[in-house]
Ligand binder design. Structure first.
Ligand SMILES: Cc1ncc(COP(=O)(O)O)c(C=O)c1O
Length: 378
């Protein structure tokens, strides 16, 4: 029986055609028609309900996309930034690349994302802060109305880390079309992939030009190489963008399959002492990862379940992302929280991510479900 991964790439055939086209036309470079087409396609996809017409710029990773938008948003040496604590390291690392100072903000329990109440408290403690980065964890939309309201009352810029959330909707609008600047990831494990890749999402041509400038070594528009500022070589390859073009044809299909996985687990676990990762009314997560939170006081540990899933169902799960303020890399950093014991720490203690690969069969899922059920004596 082949190993089932947490969330591995799923190719369909068109990807290779576009890659081949890049080879045939010899556009093996970080410029070309696949990049232009991918950007245009994602622009059209995300902007359907958005009052602002966002523009995307394809880069070599989601981390690079975040780094670029942080620069353009003005995060620099010593800039304090409120950041979701429960997230993947790449939300915070590029702030640190720039010498900014992340101040972590705890999660709420309704979507597992940044708690607007904790954010409000953070502004009471640090009224000088002007930048907020909120993640949509596991593809589940954060409380955008409340977060945007807090940010606008304090005159702060909101940036969405929508790395995990392409095709997730909040009140009918795509995640990644709310913040001043935003980012998606096309890493191999994401809902669609370019192997490695990502996109900066910006609200106007001027910021697109600025992101492009930093992504291409801050080169001035003269015939020789002229640089007044430090830049980066972050553009996506035209070969890899071909994979993305093919994947975009299947994004909605991937979304539907991810949702089916979530609902299958939810049904299979109905009578177990656990809850699935929750989402808010009038939102549509992309269900990138299905997760579960074991009820308080139940003597079953997430690692026990994950080991059983691995050994008995030959499938990969993972603990919930370990909060940034718990990481050695951010030792001594500040965490703003409402509950005495942080919500993010509690999610990490009691939660786990289930295998969420869209190539799983019904039989695979039922096998994982019965393995998990056995851990709870069912
Ligand atoms: C929340 C979050 N932010 C940022 C990233 C960074 O994306 P990438 O791996 O494409 O650099 C990821 C994914 O890996 C992520 O999950």
């Amino acid at each position: 029986m082949a190993r089932i991964y947490l969330s591995s790439p799923t190719m369909h055939g068109e990807e290779l055609q576009y890659v081949n086209e890049a080879f045939e036309k010899n556009w093996i470079a970080p410029v070309g028609f696949n990049i232009d087409n991918l950007e245009k396609t994602v622009d059209e996809y995300i902007n359907v309900q958005s009052p602002v017409k966002y523009r995307t710029l394809a880069v070599c990773s989601g981390t690079a996309a975040l780094h670029l938008v942080y620069k353009v948003a003005g995060i620099t040496k010593g800039t304090p930034v409120f950041v979701s604590d429960s997230t993947y390291c790449a939300t915070a690392f590029p702030i640190t690349y720039e010498g900014g100072v992340p101040i972590f903000v705890d999660s709420e329990r309704d979507s597992w994302n940044m708690d607007p109440e904790a954010l409000e408290k953070a502004f009471r403690l640090h009224p000088e802060v002007k930048h907020v980065v909120a993640v949509h964890l596991f593809g589940t939309p954060a409380k955008m109305d409340e977060l945007m309201d807090v940010c606008s009352r304090h005159g702060a810029v909101l940036i969405e880390d929508a790395a995990e959330a392409l095709s997730a909707f909040y009140h009918g609008r795509h995640c990644g079309t709310f913040g001043a600047f935003n980012a998606f990831s096309f890493n191999g494990n994401k809902i669609i992939t370019t192997s490695s890749g990502g996109m900066a999402v910006v609200p106007d041509q001027a910021s697109w030009d600025k992101v492009m400038y930093y992504a291409t070594q801050s080169r001035d528009p003269v015939p020789w190489f002229e640089h007044k500022e430090i830049g980066y070589n972050y553009r996506l390859s035209n070969v890899l963008a071909g994979i993305g073009r093919g994947q975009m044809l299947h994004l909605d299909e991937h979304h539907a399959l991810k949702k089916h996985i979530y609902e299958t687990y939810q049904k299979g676990f109905e009578d177990l002492p656990l809850t699935m990762n929750p989402y808010l009314p009038d939102t549509e997560p992309n269900f990138w990862l299905s997760c579960a939170l074991i009820d308080r006081g139940v003597p079953v540990k997430p690692m026990t379940v994950l080991k059983a899933v691995s050994d008995e169902a030959n499938a990969e799960g993972r603990p919930i992302w370990k909060p940034m303020s718990m990481q050695k890399a951010y030792e001594g950093s500040e965490l703003v929280k409402i509950e005495d014991y942080p919500v993010g720490y509690d999610l990490f203690d009691r939660g786990f991510c289930l295998p969420s690969d869209i190539k799983m069969t019904e039989e695979d899922m039922q096998n994982i479900i019965s393995t998990v059920r056995k851990c709870f004596g069912k």
